[in-house]
Write a protein that binds this ligand. Structure first.
Ligand code: HEC
Ligand code: HEC
Ligand code: HEC
Length: 222
């Protein structure tokens, strides 16, 4: 008789220990669920949703077992209190995770905005302005590299040196040479780009245009 009751007690002890472990797990699952909810809110990640569902189901199962045993053992409350502490710590982690997710989302939005002009990739940003032999003609790297997609070596160094003003030192830097396919005229021939004997004002910004460019350059310098 005594032997049987010992075995019975042992069985009950084993049962309550198992359930207590389950209870601890349940609280941790709740914290994980909070993390999962935060993630779902911010990123709508489907994996997080799955996690929430799994956590909810597991939680339900373990909670029922935990309540059955709750009153049968005094140590039960102590262990549960400890489990609660763990849960609190996990919630703090969940909050941090939430903030991190928000920051990441912001960074992604910024990256999607318009591409910045990068001088290493597209050449100098400021237009090059020649004032001789006539004032004034402007050249924009952005229009030719970033917009039209030309490589540096389609102009450098066969047509132009990489030095603002170099071409203007030469006597043949005149319209006649352009019409014959030199300098800008290599492309501005009415085929690859608009012809050099049309749209004079597209290249010639005039005296006032040169004055504007100078003022802008000075403003940028200050
Ligand atoms: C469509 C023609 C064209 C293309 C393409 C081009 N450039 Fe230029 N580049 C010029 C002209 C014209 C000048 C002025 C030369 C002159 O005044 O004699 C110049 C001047 C320069 C200068 C000197 C600027 C200064 O202030 O002295 C640099 C640096 C330069 N280019 C870099 C580049 C780089 C880098 C690329 C490619 C990403 C490139 N260029 C593509 C036409 C071009
Ligand atoms: C390697 C070929 C090439 C050379 C050299 C070249 N261009 Fe261009 N340029 C183009 C192309 C391509 C376009 C874009 C297509 C178009 O507008 O016809 C363009 C466009 C332009 C435009 C824009 C016109 C508009 O739409 O408002 C200007 C201005 C211009 N070029 C000026 C010059 C000047 C000035 C020179 C010489 C200093 C020059 N280009 C040399 C190829 C060239
Ligand atoms: C593709 C660009 C471009 C176009 C288009 C263009 N020019 Fe020019 N022009 C130049 C460049 C570059 C120079 C030499 C630099 C300077 O004088 O500032 C020049 C110089 C000149 C000069 C002084 C040198 C010379 O040849 O006597 C005159 C005048 C002139 N252009 C008139 C015109 C007229 C008129 C048109 C329209 C029918 C025209 N240009 C169209 C780029 C162009």
């Amino acid at each position: 008789m005594k032997k049987i009751s010992m075995a019975f007690m042992a069985a009950i002890l084993t049962l309550s220990t198992t359930s207590l472990l389950a209870a601890e797990e349940a609280s941790t699952e709740t914290a994980q669920q909070t993390t999962a909810e935060a993630a779902v809110e911010n990123t709508a990640a489907s994996t997080a949703e799955e996690k929430t569902e799994e956590a909810a189901v597991e939680k339900e199962q373990t909670e029922t077992t935990a309540e059955d045993v709750k009153d049968t053992d005094d140590t039960s409350e102590a262990v549960e209190a400890e489990a609660d502490n763990t849960a609190d710590e996990d919630s703090a982690v969940a909050e941090e995770t939430e903030i991190e997710i928000e920051e990441e989302a912001e960074e992604e939005t910024e990256a999607e905005e318009e591409e910045e002009y990068d001088e290493d990739t597209y050449g100098p940003e400021a237009p090059i302005v020649w004032t001789s032999p006539i004032e004034a003609v402007a050249f924009s790297h952005k229009i030719h590299t970033m917009d039209a997609g030309l490589d540096c070596d389609s102009c450098h160094d066969d047509l132009f040196e990489m030095e603002a003003g170099a071409a203007a030192e030469k006597d043949d830097f005149v319209m006649e040479t352009l019409y014959e396919g030199g300098y800008c005229g290599a492309c501005h021939d009415g085929d690859m780009a608009f012809a050099s004997d049309t749209r004079c004002a597209a290249c010639h910004i005039g005296v006032m245009g040169a004055k504007r460019e100078n003022e802008e350059a000075e403003d940028a310098g200050h």
